[in-house]
Design a protein around this ligand. Structure first.
Ligand code: MG
Ligand code: ZN
Length: 224
């Protein structure tokens, strides 16, 4: 189990803040925060909550929302270098995101290519925005994740025995972290890793992520 593979979250990890929250602050009517709180305290599933949040918004906001997301997505320092590092070391780097296609792809465009990008999809054809879930939970997960990170990890690693590195910050990463061999964590995810005794390290920039993985390659723990 020495060949690494990286599964990296998008919102609040690649970007410094959560794009969905930013968009809701700007465009959603009153009451959206209650839904957000229910998601964060795990009273409702991510799937249900994110669907509800976007159903608050009319589809005609599509262009405005997309432009807003691209304009406000602040990329965490070191991300560009991190992607280059993974390329150079030939470490597969997957983006697994509970975000939505209409902002995930445009923001990532200038950094790729990636081994793969997994996120939720959007339908602007109705009166209100509808979220589609092409990466739903497999039979081994009953969390209603929306974009089910553990299911994706299982699908991509079932035929090999790779060292799974999960990078993330929040509620959509909790289940993924339980499947990781090592977690680079921020915020809520970091707290939970501590609480649950998951092998992890906190980070604030992707330069630290590079250093951490480099160190493990140098001591022979990981082979690329
Ligand atoms: Mg996140
Ligand atoms: Zn799931």
């Amino acid at each position: 189990m020495t060949k690494p593979v990286i599964f990296c979250d998008f919102d609040g990890t690649v970007t410094e803040s959560d794009n969905i929250i930013r968009m809701m602050e700007e465009f959603a009517p009153q009451g959206w925060e209650d839904i957000k709180d229910q998601i964060l305290t795990r009273q409702i599933s991510i799937n249900e909550g994110v669907g509800k949040l976007f159903s608050l918004l009319p589809s005609q906001l599509e262009e405005k929302l997309t432009a807003f997301a691209i304009e406000h997505a602040k990329i965490r320092p070191g991300f560009k270098e991190f992607v280059e590092f993974a390329h150079k070391e030939e470490i597969p780097l997957y983006i697994v995101s509970g975000g939505i296609d209409f902002f995930v792809y445009p923001v990532l465009e200038k950094f790729g290519p990636f081994e793969g990008i997994y996120c939720n999809e959007s339908d602007f054809s109705g009166e209100r925005i509808k979220i589609l879930w092409p990466n739903e939970c497999d039979s081994l997960c009953d969390n209603n994740c929306g974009c089910c990170k553990p299911s994706i990890i299982r699908k991509l690693t079932h035929e090999n025995d790779k060292f799974k590195i999960v990078i993330g910050d929040s509620v959509t990463d909790l289940e993924a972290a339980k499947h990781a061999d090592f977690v680079l964590a921020r915020d809520l995810l970091q707290e939970k890793c501590e609480e649950w005794g998951i092998n992890h390290r906190g980070f604030s920039t992707f330069f630290e992520c590079i250093e951490e993985i480099k160190k493990r390659i140098e001591v022979g723990e990981l082979k690329c």
